[in-house]
Design a protein around this ligand. Sequence first.
Ligand SMILES: C[S@@+](CC[C@H](N)C(=O)[O-])C[C@H]1O[C@@H](n2cnc3c(N)ncnc32)[C@H](O)[C@@H]1O
Length: 148
Amino acid sequence: MTSPWADRDVLTGSQYRTDANLEARRSIYAFGRPWVDLPGVVLDLARLNGTETVADIGCGNGAYLAELDRRGHRGSVVGIDMSAGMLAAARGAVPGAAVLRGDAGRLPLADACADLTLAPHMLYHVPDPMTAVAELRRVTRSGGCWWS
Ligand SMILES: C[S@@+](CC[C@H](N)C(=O)[O-])C[C@H]1O[C@@H](n2cnc3c(N)ncnc32)[C@H](O)[C@@H]1O
């Protein structure tokens, strides 16, 4: 039996039908001291020059897409998520963002298309994480970076 954490119907139909549950959990972290701006920290570590192609897998409501936008990132950016509700929220957060519905286990992306592939806080939802990791590697160009 698939764990509820990795059950596609539970994830898309309940837990991530909208971004309300994610935002509720995120609101708790706002009390952490020191407060950590996770998308900011991750993107700082990536040392982007602003022209890279970035793929954000399990992009949720677009926290990383929004941070890239805020930084004026000029390269292509695509967010992928299997929940239509989360993609709608991502579009609301970053109007004009390129977002696609897709599964981390079978990404709708070409080989080696991304300089940076992000998959933050999502691999624990994938029934077969090794397949998803292979997909992250497949879509990341040689010399690029993937992060989860
Ligand atoms: C905890 S949220 C993290 C969202 C975002 N990465 C962040 O850090 O703010 C997990 C997201 O992964 C998505 N997700 C779960 N399993 C997925 C899969 N197999 N393929 C694509 N997206 C998936 C969910 O719909 C949800 O939006």
